[in-house]
Design a protein around this ligand. Structure first.
Ligand code: IVH
Length: 672
């Protein structure tokens, strides 16, 4: 028994080392050596072993990056060494002035500089004790910051364990969001009607200050480290210069930017700054300048600091890049989820490395606030160095011929009514058969939790749409195996399987159909409530606002959205077509008699929070099918249904070898 245990411990440790190595290769070196699938297998094996042997879980295990629960607020932490900011230089003359001060303070000693990129993100402090990441904090006011350890742990380029167990090491660096992720995040936010972040720094800050680490985990943040704070070394020599510090940090497995240069004098430093000023558009992340630091740490100490900033470093800020041009037109486009976004068509102008001919206007409010009109002369810049935006209108240049823009009332792609919901900045198309939304709509319709059509994933959906066979979800139910066989990569068998799966979905319970329709704000839970209350989709089509808001848990937002959806003639026609094609639109009478026996004799224990059901609802579902719910786990328990943050019942189930199922598996089991 002891021997086996040792072996498991060794396997767990080997898996952790292996995963850390691949995290390092992927997230720090950007040079992976295994496929995602191979990586996932290692992770799955580790997770499985840790599930079986929970007492072997350590906080630095790669499985523990996202696991923290949302918190109430952040705890304040005091920085042992204050986190200073940098004095700014805006011109070559400012830099030469900085150099003169350094020269005179060092009294003729020779010195050199390290010149680095100034990353446009958020300064953080990472503390490692004996090589283990124990605390991460924001800069705050420099003296006190906020403890954001759980959020920083989700950043995969931050090692949870260093290559060497240095006694105490506080590392400082910049957390940032790559340009590509910034563009994608803003696009997603606009799709959801949320305000866009102005630049990657705000995006990084907003993502790090999340009370729920799971949100941070989804934001694709990364880090460059550029210095140290507190340090205690027992057995090794401390670095003597900043360039050695960078090498030392790199050697520990931390992510250090490779674009830096040791410069022998201020001329070399200025030349290096100019190189990156001209080339910054090539970088996959935004920089807002360069940082020039005296290299020798002894000389840094000699120069000392002022209250706010070190005398041995300066930030050279790039001037904001702007250009003047004319708004030729304002057009609107329909996104994948129906958001209508206005875009300015510009007279082409060269700006920050590329020719710009369009600028996003985000939404109607922004156009109104900035008073942007067709024909206006405007100043444009690139948010986060990538997204062209109108900064301001040059109103003094107006001729009187400029035209005020208004949002269209009908969707440019399908003609359905365009609505703007209360408290939302975005306008949306309400058409469920809108071609602009078809792909997303179909993928959602077929997904698990919705109509759950096996074999109808995104790739097949795309084939069906591209071939013209499916123009709205009701077309799915008219497809024939013959038609599907004609598509690439489909054999007779797979075509028939798909047609069968589609046919089976016709008799799904009503709540699945309601959810599948993709009505805004109507998630799985609201769909269940609506199905239960109305019992027939045709009754929902004619429901009034008052009736809807009177239903427990249905608030104004959902009610408004259901009404907008059901009022759109295109959607009513779609539902009629679904009915005609044989899709079930009435709720089953889920009487005990109808389902009796399915779970007869089975005992369930519920633990943790379920996403779509309250505990007493889950209990009812089990009991109505003849099952029993018990409050404690024993050998007689058949299933433990584990939601989020399960308690000790989970561990007990693992110990006793009782089957543990998640919410999805539970719903499948009871046939919901
Ligand atoms: S050194 C004591 N190096 O710029 C000086 N800062 O205004 C410590 N930053 O708060 C800063 N890239 O958030 C340093 N390569 C770099 C940097 C950098 C970005 C940020 C950092 C700092 C701010 C200074």
């Amino acid at each position: 028994m002891g021997g086996e245990h040792e072996e498991i411990k060794r396997r767990i440790e080997a898996l952790r080392r292996e995963i850390e190595k691949h995290d390092y290769r992927y997230y720090v070196l950007d040079a992976p050596t295994i496929t995602d699938a191979q990586y996932d297998r290692l992770m799955a094996e580790l997770q499985q072993l840790e599930r079986e042997y929970p007492h072997l879980i350590t906080p630095d295990s790669p499985t523990q990056r996202v696991g923290g629960k949302p918190r109430e607020g952040f705890v304040t932490v005091r920085h042992a060494v204050p986190m200073l900011s940098l004095a700014n230089a805006f011109s070559e003359e400012d830099l030469r002035e900085f150099d003169r001060r350094v020269k005179s303070a060092l009294g003729g000693e020779p010195y050199d500089y390290v010149v680095e990129l100034k990353i446009d993100g958020l300064a953080v402090s990472l503390t490692y004790r004996n090589g283990i990441f124990v605390r991460g904090a924001t800069r705050g006011d420099g003296e006190n910051g906020e403890d954001i350890t759980a959020n920083l742990k989700t950043i995969r380029s931050i090692p949870l364990r260093l290559n060497q167990p240095v006694d105490l090491l506080e590392v400082r660096g910049e957390v940032y969001m790559p340009k590509k992720s910034f563009v994608e995040l803003n696009a997603r936010r606009e799709e959801r009607g949320e305000p866009a972040f102005a630049n990657p720094r705000n995006a990084a800050a907003g993502s790090l200050r999340q009370l729920d680490p799971a949100v941070t985990a989804g934001r694709n943040l990364t880090i460059f480290v550029y210095g140290t704070g507190e340090m205690e070394f027992a057995h090794r020599e401390a670095p003597a210069s900043h360039s050695e510090v960078l090498k030392f940090l790199e050697g520990l497995g931390l992510r250090v930017n490779t674009h830096y240069q040791v410069c022998r004098n201020i001329d070399e430093a200025i030349s290096y700054c100019r190189i990156w000023q001209n080339r910054k558009a090539e970088l996959p992340y935004a920089i807002d300048g360069m940082v020039i630091k005296v290299n020798s740490l002894a000389q840094q100490a000699l120069l000392g600091t002022t209250m706010k900033s070190p005398r041995w470093a300066v930030a050279f800020k790039f001037p904001p890049e702007q250009a003047e041009t004319t708004v030729r037109d304002i057009i609107v486009s329909v996104g994948r989820t129906g958001v209508i976004t206005p875009t300015a068509i510009l007279e082409p102008v060269f700006l920050a490395g590329s020719t710009v001919s369009r600028a996003t206007l985000h939404n109607e409010d922004i156009i109104r606030d900035k008073d942007i009109r067709i024909g206006d002369r405007v100043i444009v810049h690139k948010a986060g160095d990538v997204i062209p935006e109108v900064v301001e209108v040059l109103k003094e240049k107006r001729t009187g011929a400029e035209k005020i823009f208004t949002m269209p009332r009908a969707c440019p792609a399908c003609g359905a009514e365009v609505v703007r919901q209360t408290n939302e900045a975005a306008h949306r198309c309400t058409g469920a058969a809108c071609p602009a939304q078809l792909l997303e709509g179909l993928i959602h319709f077929a997904s698990r939790g919705a109509m759950d059509i096996a074999g109808l994933g995104p790739a097949v959906v795309k084939q069906l749409v591209d071939s013209g066979l499916v123009r709205d979800v009701s077309d799915l139910y008219r497809l024939t195996a013959e038609q599907v066989k004609g598509l690439e990569r489909f054999a007779d068998k797979s075509a028939e399987n798909l047609i069968n799966a589609i046919a089976e979905s016709k008799s799904n319970p009503l709540h699945r159909l309601i959810f599948a329709l993709g009505i805004r704000h109507v998630g799985e839970r609201a769909a269940r409530i609506l199905a239960e209350h109305f019992g027939d989709i045709r009754r929902i089509m004619d429901a009034g606002y008052e009736e809807l808001v009177a239903i427990p848990e249905i608030g104004p937002k959902i009610a408004e959205s259901v009404i907008a959806f059901m009022h759109e003639p295109q959607n009513r026609a779609l539902i009629e077509r679904l009915v005609k094609n044989g899709v079930n639109v009435v709720a089953e009478k889920t009487t005990a008699a109808a389902q009796n026996g399915k779970l007869a004799g089975k005992t369930f224990v519920l633990t943790g929070t379920l996403a779509s059901l309250k505990r007493d609802e889950a209990k009812k579902l089990i009991e109505s099918r003849g099952g029993k719910v018990s409050s404690s786990v024993s050998k007689k328990t058949d299933y433990v249904v584990a939601g989020d943050s399960p308690g000790s019942k989970y561990d007990k189930a693992v110990q006793l070898g009782v089957a543990i199922i998640d919410e999805r598996e539970f719903l499948d089991l009871i046939g919901e």
